[in-house]
Design a protein around this ligand. Structure first.
Ligand SMILES: Cc1cc2nc3c(=O)[nH]c(=O)nc-3n(C[C@H](O)[C@H](O)[C@H](O)COP(=O)(O)OP(=O)(O)OC[C@H]3O[C@@H](n4cnc5c(N)ncnc54)[C@H](O)[C@@H]3O)c2cc1C
Length: 533
């Protein structure tokens, strides 16, 4: 009965006091994205004593910048990796069931313009549906030109021959991350944001803990742990290198970052509630137009970068590519001036020829997509994978940490099904993620939101003063950015609107938390998202 419980308070003093208390943790997880949070939740549910430290905010890295798809990975079909797709489809189902207020089925339509395309892609998508078996979200259907147009009212009609409709899911990535953090806390984990890990503690040649620092007040913490997991995504090499240096070893970098850009435009550019998938653009990429929270996401790109900035910037050539391809498939063609928000996320491309795969298991399953390495001193590093399979990934990482890095056996047996905080008891949520933001994102916690002071004060449709107070009291928010980028998704949807709301949000946060909520930094960030290069 998650809804009946009062939401836990996320008081920073209490969280920091837990970090300061002398104790040995069973597990310390570094990194609060999908991967680290999934591991922390799994470990807490197993009854282990776990702390998770995030340098910035939960999902501030790649995990708030995805295409928001819960998917089995259609592209693996062509490569014959059917077991991999089947397992991902199973994970798709379990993610949708665990948080029906934040993750919902979505119909995708692939329009076809050339002879033979419909039969080719349709056969693959029929196979996709068949592999999902009981986890299927709906039938794959062949559409004629008229039915395609009825499904995709915004599609380019010239040369349109037909289409194929199939089903996957969509979600709110950053809010799901916060739900993972809050559920892990409910299960007993100590999860804390804005506490970067500075270094590893080694004893007798083994990793014995981490040194971390509160980013707000500067307090240092030495956390002792039986096992440390480095789940820092595209930044995974930082701790790997530090670990190697301790033994005088030069560590080969594991990751090269690759940037994926998304542009957000008004819903009028892609009316309706179905997504567009173009499997092969003129330059061989995949193009999506996804209705999400009342706007449309267009993306994405795949551009190698020399380093991994905390706040990556879309390049003008990437914007050109997306707008050019969108212009081929959308009847109302978007230009730069129509972009409401432009943002980028970083994929960790793993270099296979390094020592990284030494203990990666090498199976045909989920572990193919991510990479786990256990160093000679017992540091477990994980990177890669996708949001959809975070839970299977967490299980795989923990299995390997048990075999190679001294992680304790589970104390509890876990049921297969699980619900995240806010999940309605009866998973009968209408599909609302394509529509505008609102209370629906809070699922079974809506009554708590309605009871918050300021619940009736609407800052903009879908965001109330009560929601900002809830974010500060119960969702670990510490800054204007935490609220407007990841508790509300306003920055990602409409950066100029987010900037205009920022002073009011800052004022509420000052009242709630008594700290500087970094208004200036947020305004500069909003300018960056609003300025389409
Ligand atoms: C453009 C793009 C689109 C995508 N679309 C999809 C999609 O539609 N569906 C899907 O399933 N997957 C998608 N993915 C993949 C998915 O987003 C990632 O697999 C996932 O978010 C990775 O999570 P992570 O936790 O490994 O990394 P991150 O989310 O980057 O988390 C790592 C965290 O570690 C923290 N950190 C770093 N150093 C330290 C330190 N020293 N101390 C403490 N914390 C530290 C960082 O601040 C960061 O928050 C997409 C990826 C990209 C790039």
């Amino acid at each position: 009965m998650l809804a009946a419980r009062a939401p836990l308070l996320t008081r920073r003093e209490d969280l920091l006091a837990s970090l300061a208390a002398p104790q040995v943790w069973d597990l310390v997880v570094v990194g609060g994205g999908a991967t680290g949070l999934g591991i922390a939740l799994q470990a807490a549910r197993e009854g282990l004593k776990v702390a998770l430290l995030e340098a910035h905010d939960f999902a501030q890295g790649t995990s708030s910048r995805s295409t928001k798809l819960v998917h089995g990975g259609v592209r693996y079909l062509a490569q014959g990796h059917w077991p991999l797709v089947r397992e991902a489809l199973h994970e798709r189902q379990s993610l949708l069931e665990s948080a029906p207020h934040l993750a919902q089925p979505l119909a995708f339509v692939m329009p076809t313009f050339r002879w033979g395309e419909q039969a080719f892609y349709g056969a693959g998508l029929k196979l996709y549906e068949w592999l999902a078996a009981s986890a299927s979200l709906g039938k794959t259907r062949f559409l004629n030109a008229q039915a395609t147009l009825a499904s995709l009212p915004g599609v380019q009609t010239e040369g349109l021959r037909g289409g194929v409709q199939y089903w996957d899911g969509q979600f709110d990535d950053a809010r799901l991350a916060v739900a993972l953090a809050r559920t892990a806390a409910l299960e007993g984990a100590c999860v804390v944001n804005h506490v970067p890990v500075l270094s590893l503690i080694h004893e007798n040649g083994r990793v014995a803990g981490v040194r971390a620092q509160d980013a707000e007040q500067g307090q240092l913490f030495d956390l002792r742990a039986a096992c440390v997991i480095n789940a820092t995504g595209v930044w995974v090499d930082g701790l790997r290198m530090a670990d190697g240096l301790e033994h005088g070893q030069a560590t080969t970098p594991l990751v090269t970052p690759s940037q994926g850009v998304h542009l957000v435009v008004d819903a009028s550019f892609w009316p309706g509630n179905k997504a567009l998938l173009v499997p092969k653009t003129a330059d061989g990429r995949v193009l999506f137009a996804v209705p999400w929270l009342g706007k449309v996401l267009l993306g994405t790109t795949d551009t190698a970068l020399p380093d991994a900035p905390r706040e990556p910037r879309p390049a003008s050539e990437e914007v050109d590519l997306i707008l050019k391809e969108a212009g081929r498939y959308l009847r109302k063609v978007p230009g730069r001036a129509d972009v409401l928000s432009a943002w980028a996320g970083l994929r960790p491309l793993v270099q296979f020829n390094s020592m990284s795969c030494a203990q990666s298991g090498g199976t045909q399953k989920i572990s193919r997509e991510h990479h786990v390495e256990v160093s000679s001193s017992g540091l477990v590093s994980v990177t890669g994978g996708k949001w959809t399979t975070y839970r299977a990934m967490a299980q795989d990482v923990m299995d390997q940490a048990r075999t190679h890095a001294g992680l304790k056996a589970p104390l509890n047996r876990l049921p297969e099904k699980y619900l995240l905080i806010g999940a309605p008891e009866l998973s009968a949520c209408p599909n609302q993620l394509t529509g505008p933001p609102g209370l629906h994102s809070y699922g079974a916690e809506q009554d708590w939101l309605k009871a918050m002071p300021g619940a009736q004060v609407v800052l903009t449709p879908g965001l109330t003063e009560g929601m900002v107070r809830f974010a500060a009291r119960h969702e670990y928010a510490r800054s204007v950015e935490d609220v407007l980028a990841r508790r509300s998704r306003c920055l990602f949807l409409d950066a100029a609107l987010a900037k205009s709301l920022a002073p009011t949000v800052a004022q509420i946060l000052r009242q709630e938390l008594g700290i500087d909520p970094h208004l200036d930094a947020f305004e500069a960030l909003a300018d960056q998202y609003a300025r389409c290069p």
